[in-house]
Design a protein around this ligand. Structure first.
Ligand code: SF4
Ligand code: SF4
Length: 271
């Protein structure tokens, strides 16, 4: 999950291939080894990645081990346009796209009681079979909307060669991240602020004078709404970048992004 969201990062760690191939024989960055020159002793990259071969952020956790180990100052931490690899060097995979829509659906899954309230009818969540069925359906909803939008693009633009769904699906990445942030903002700005008194109470200590930091519900709702709106905008921009097609060609996907965000806003914020 972190690897997937790291693709949107505005930082990247990379080594300079010219220096590596011209002056290195030890490859301490990913193998590890004893101290050499300016390089410190390390156990090597925990993901066994070579920083000069990295094509996306998925295989790097920014632990900086390679930067410490390199004796030739080849490794650099760079600033970059957020998510640039998604429209340059990126290789899409089915596993990542499945995970992406699973994370989308997971937000709906957490909000099954709210969905029940919006529908105005009982989903019988206390019954295992009904609960399982409802969970599977809500997990599939975002992916199904995205697939339907893609089929619509292909149908409306039969004469234009459309990008495969596997590539365009990454355009939903910002809204998936935004939906997850909006969902967890509720916990972060309420329950997280009670961590000190709860910790004291666990050990039977007094909690009367301990601070509690809880945001007003209106503030939380505002931040959640802003997060979702910004995420929709970034998803539209990213989709345009990945597809390199006209806005009107991709309109069904943009509308699907907006529709999913509106649904998320309703179940998370109560729009
Ligand atoms: S990053 Fe440093 S240690 Fe790794 S191959 Fe390049 S020069 Fe060698
Ligand atoms: S920063 Fe850490 S995870 Fe990333 S390539 Fe270097 S050693 Fe590997």
């Amino acid at each position: 999950m972190n690897g997937l969201f790291a693709k949107l990062s505005m930082t990247e760690l990379r080594a300079q291939q010219g220096i590596c191939s011209a002056s290195c024989t030890t490859y301490q960055c990913y193998k590890g080894g004893p101290e050499k020159g300016e390089g410190q002793e390390t156990n090597g990259c925990p993901l066994y990645s070579h920083p000069a071969q990295l094509e996306d952020n998925r295989d790097c956790v920014l632990c900086m081990t390679c930067l410490k180990a390199c004796p030739h100052r080849s490794v650099e931490l760079n600033l970059r346009p957020p998510g640039i690899e998604l429209w340059t060097t990126h290789t899409p995979t089915y596993a990542e796209v499945c995970l992406l829509f699973l994370l989308f659906g997971a937000v709906c899954l957490h909000r099954l009681p709210e969905i029940e309230a919006i529908l105005g009818r009982s989903l019988h969540l206390d019954h295992f079979g009904w609960h399982t069925g409802a969970s599977v359906v809500v997990l599939m909803i975002p992916g199904a909307i995205a697939l339907a939008a893609h089929q619509l693009i292909r149908f409306l633009r039969r004469t234009v060669k459309s990008r495969p769904f596997l590539e365009l699906a990454y355009g939903y990445l910002p809204i998936v991240l935004g939906a997850n942030i909006a969902h967890y903002l509720q916990l972060g700005l309420t329950e997280a602020g009670r961590v000190v008194p709860v910790a004291f109470a666990t050990f039977g200590l007094g909690t009367a004078s301990l601070p509690i930091f809880v945001a007003h519900p209106a503030v939380i709702a505002f931040l959640q709404s802003v997060t979702l709106v910004v995420a929709v905008f970034l998803s539209v921009v990213l989709t345009q970048k990945i597809a390199r097609q006209s806005f009107w060609t991709l309109l069904p996907q943009h509308l699907a992004t907006g529709a999913i965000a509106a649904g998320m806003g309703q179940i998370i914020v109560g729009w």
